[in-house]
Design a binder for this molecule. Structure first.
Ligand code: ACM
Length: 263
C-alpha cells in the first residue's frame, strides 16, 4: 500500500487555483492513499468569521465534488482538510476522506489551536478510523497531536496509519511523532504546509517538513522545510498490527488504566 504526502503552499482565498496546484502535485506520483494538509485549499489565517464563512464548503458542494472525482480518476483514497459548513450552521475545521467507491467520511478537529478558537466550533465527530482496501486509516488534524490521548485513541480503535492533516507553526510535532509512533506502534503521516501568512498584525510561518514515521520510529519521509512536492512511501500493516514489543510487553494491553487520571 503506497501513501503519498502532498506538501503545498496555498495562496489565501484562492480556492480554485490552490486545488489545481494540489491536483498538479498529485499527478506527479502514483499512490493508493493521498494525504493533503489541514485547510488544504483556503489558507489558514482568517480575519473574520464572515470571511471564513465565504470560504467554507458544505460536505457535498461543487468544491468537494472535485475531490470525489479526483479519487475516482486516480482510483485512490484522498484525505484533505477543509473548512466545513456544517448542516447545523456551525463551521468546523474538518478533514474529509473520499474513496473511489464514493464513500465519504468527515472528521471534525477535536482540539482547536490558538485563534482558530475565534472562528471554528470545536469538533463533535469524535475520532474516526475508516477501513479502506484492508488498511485502517485514522483521522486527526494538526493540534490534536499535542494531546497524546488523540493518537492513543486512534490506535486503540485499530488505526494502522494516522492521516494527520496539519498547518504547523510550532517546531515540535515532527519530532514528537517519533514517540507517538513507537508508543502506539502505528504509522503517522503528518502532512504540513510551507510558506507564511501575514493577513493580520501577526506573521504565521509554517514549518513544512511533512513526515511519515513508521511503527518502529523510522522516518520514512522527511520533506523539505520550504519546498512543495509529493512524497511517497510504501507502508506495511503487519508492522502496525504487531503491538508486541517483546515476549512480555504489548504496547496497548499493558496499559494500567486503574492508575491513570481522567482529569
Ligand atoms: C494547528 O493546529 N494548526 C497548529
Amino acid at each position: 500500500m503506497k501513501v503519498a504526502m502532498v506538501q503545498n503552499n496555498p495562496v489565501f482565498g484562492e480556492k480554485n487555483e490552490n486545488i489545481k496546484e494540489l491536483f498538479k502535485l498529485m499527478e506527479r506520483g502514483s499512490a493508493d492513499i493521498y494525504i493533503l494538509q489541514e485547510l488544504a485549499y483556503t489558507g489558514y489565517q482568517f480575519r473574520s468569521k464572515s470571511e471564513l464563512q465565504e470560504l467554507s464548503d458544505t460536505a457535498d458542494n461543487e468544491t468537494i465534488l472535485k475531490f470525489k472525482e479526483k479519487a475516482v480518476q486516480k482510483n485512490s483514497c484522498i484525505i484533505f482538510g477543509f473548512s466545513e459548513m456544517g448542516g447545523d450552521g456551525k463551521i468546523y475545521n474538518s478533514s474529509m476522506l473520499v474513496t473511489p467507491e464514493g464513500k465519504t467520511v468527515i472528521y471534525r478537529k477535536t482540539h482547536l489551536f490558538y485563534k482558530e478558537n475565534l472562528f471554528f466550533t470545536p469538533g463533535n465527530s469524535g475520532f474516526i478510523v475508516h477501513e479502506w482496501r484492508g488498511i485502517k486509516i485514522g483521522l486527526a488534524i494538526c493540534f490534536d497531536w499535542f494531546f497524546s490521548e488523540s493518537f492513543r485513541t486512534l490506535a486503540l480503535m485499530g488505526a494502522d496509519i494516522i492521516a494527520h492533516c496539519s498547518n504547523l507553526v510550532m517546531p515540535y510535532c515532527q519530532t514528537a511523532d517519533y514517540a507517538r509512533a513507537i508508543e502506539n506502534r502505528i504509522y503517522i503521516a503528518t502532512v504540513n504546509r510551507i510558506g507564511a501568512e501575514e493577513r493580520t498584525d501577526e506573521k504565521l510561518t509554517f514549518t513544512g517538513q511533512s513526515v511519515l514515521v513508521s511503527p518502529k520510529g523510522d522516518y520514512l519521509i522527511k520533506a523539505p522545510v520550504d519546498e512543495t512536492g509529493i512524497f511517497i512511501h510504501e507502508i506495511d500493516t503487519t508492522l502496525s498490527r504487531n503491538k508486541q514489543l517483546n515476549e512480555f510487553n504489548h504496547v496497548l494491553n499493558d496499559r494500567r488504566d486503574l492508575f491513570y487520571k481522567k482529569g
